[in-house]
Design a protein around this ligand. Structure first.
Ligand code: BEZ
Ligand code: FE
Length: 302
């Protein structure tokens, strides 16, 4: 279908092509005197690519107006609590591509993925083995691991921020009642080890009641994210790591709407039967629970 439509676009004749190419050259050249070399480079590339796009799809004036209206809607719904532009960048894979470009794989360092809009700065501190749940609904999950450098040396006192959605697919900040749940920070111990109780991640949709949601619906795409647990890990002399871990076996792993999944970040979340002994002796009554291991390797700062 797509092929038929794109094949149906008539190639403009040579005179028309020259008119279009001349305009592109003239706009590119308009930045020649920019005295910031990086800005000049970026703007000229942007113009070349944007013009190439308009010419390739033979953009109609109606389509361009629709696009402007769409971007206007994206702006209108954006405020302190909701950033629809980032969401747009996320579902177009631009956020993820920017991460790929800026966080090239480094030896055996843990890979980065999207930050997402639900991190908050002042999450409560918990001790090792503490609970990030704060009353959020979901299956308890014991998460443990060690933070190391790329040479295998443990990193003590690394700051580990963790945050996740509850069983209903919502982060605490998406509720209006000011609750703080499903988030905390802790520090690795002298052996670089850490552990905490969280919730077994479940799939949830990105906010899709605005223009980005309409775009997903119009293009037959799902708003669902693969189940995940967010981490941000920092330590002196090390590159900040922003990442998630994903649940092996989740059927959304291949269709995550923000393209955040990387094979190395898929972990086993092993279900434990009700009544099976917990690592810290916690009594979970008749509830099943899960456990996952995430060993983190930080790259040095360049
Ligand atoms: C998230 O994982 O929290 C998220 C990431 C990108 C867009 C929306 C949500
Ligand atoms: Fe998330």
């Amino acid at each position: 279908m797509t092929e038929t439509i794109s094949n149906a676009i008539a190639e403009p004749g040579p005179d028309q092509q020259e008119i279009e190419a001349r305009l592109t050259r003239s706009v590119v050249n308009s930045f020649d005197d920019c005295d910031n070399p990086r800005l000049k480079f970026v703007m000229q590339a942007l113009v070349r690519h944007a013009h190439a796009f308009v010419r390739e799809v033979r953009l109609s004036e109606e389509e361009w107006n629709t696009a402007i209206e769409f971007l206007t809607d994206v702006g209108h719904i954006t405020d302190d609590r909701r950033q629809e532009f980032i969401l747009l960048s996320d579902i177009l894979g631009i956020s993820m591509q920017t991460i790929n470009v800026n966080h090239e794989t480094y030896e055996n360092a843990t890979e980065a993925t999207v930050f997402g809009p639900f991190f908050v700065d002042d999450a409560p501190r918990i001790d090792i083995g503490g609970d990030i749940g704060g009353g959020a609904a979901g299956q308890p999950c014991w998460v443990e691991g060690t933070v190391r450098d790329t040479g295998g040396q443990p990193i003590p006192n690394a700051r580990i921020e963790v945050w996740e959605a509850d069983d209903d697919g919502f982060y605490d900040v998406q509720y209006d009642d000011g609750r703080v749940s499903g988030r905390a920070h802790l520090f690795s111990d002298e052996k670089g080890q850490f552990s905490f109780w969280g919730l077994t991640p479940t799939p949830y949709p990105i906010p899709h009641d605005g223009p980005v949601g309409r775009l997903l619906a119009a293009t037959g795409r799902s708003p669902m994210r693969a189940s995940h647990l967010h981490f941000m890990v920092t330590a002196p002399g090390m590159r900040r790591l922003v990442t998630h871990i994903f649940v092996r076996g989740d059927e959304l792993l291949t269709s995550d709407t923000v393209f955040g999944v990387k094979e190395s970040l898929i972990k086993d979340f092993v279900r434990q039967e009700p009544g099976s002994p917990t690592p810290d002796g916690r009594d979970l009554g008749t509830q099943s629970w899960a456990r996952a291991q995430f060993d983190i390797v930080l790259a040095p700062t360049p």
